[in-house]
Design a binder for this molecule. Sequence first.
Ligand SMILES: [Zn+2]
Length: 335
Amino acid sequence: MNEVEIIIDRSVENRRFRIRGFLTAFFVALFAAVAFITVASISASVLRSSSNENVKKSDGSSDKYQDIRYTFVGGDISKEYMSEDDLAAEEAKIAEIEAKKKAEEEAEKEAKTKEVEAKKSGTYVPPKGEKVVYLTFDDGPGPYTAKLLDVLKKYNVKATFFVTCNRPKYRDMILRAYNEGHSIGLHSCSHEYYKVYADEAAFFNELQSISDIVRDITGVETKLVRFPGGSSNTVSKKYNKGIMTRLAKELGERGYVYFDWNVSSGDSGNTRNTNTVYNNVLKGLRGNYSIVLQHDIHEFSVNAVEKIIADGLKYGFTFKALEMNSPTAHHKISN
Ligand SMILES: [Zn+2]
């Protein structure tokens, strides 16, 4: 080997040495980076799922389990056991919840059995939930209104009276009813269909007449209305086609609220029997709200009220007087 060849050979060796050094440094750096990322991600996931692996209790006495909490501290995973007291408290809480659930299930089962038995024996089963009854009495006041007010007073129950101009002899009952907390509503003056439903002007004249009477007696102007025959009456067709549709709209525009009913006592034609009135009403009572139609000009109907109230209260119904924002039970208008 001559001198030139030796020099070339050394320079090649130097270059190889430099490349090896570079590669070593590169791989060391790469390894460090991978190791750092791995440790960081493990620690993050452990912290995220910081708990809830179940293991057998330390005394191994039963099938009870302890809750372990993992925490990542300075690169170590440490287990933190719940104390015996905490565990006991936790178990007591679970037992309480389970007992409550069981009691509820049993009560529901019992209620269902009772309901089935009651239905079999024909006993009345009241609807569930909040149940408000609005007793309403039309066409009065009359000779039985005082008796009715006595019953309402006895049970501290409030009702609604849709009054007319008829039977002026009993007008002091309007004042008594008002003073005893009942609602007074307007039911037309004459209650004669051919007059009331002749046209819109006639209707509002009728309304104004009875409204003035009520205002003179009580000092208050009432805006509660019930149409003679209800909003679904078809008798008005005979006197004026489409009048109910127009009146319903105009009443609202003039600031009145009209009420129909969703429980009929049948006391204006179907029956003259107190017990039948009672049965019709009680069986008609529903969940949410019931607006009951009765007439205090019929003694047999007034005579049913005490039992309706006594049993209604027993079955969890609440009795209220109608107000401007009460439910209306509007019927489908058919004229
Ligand atoms: Zn009427």
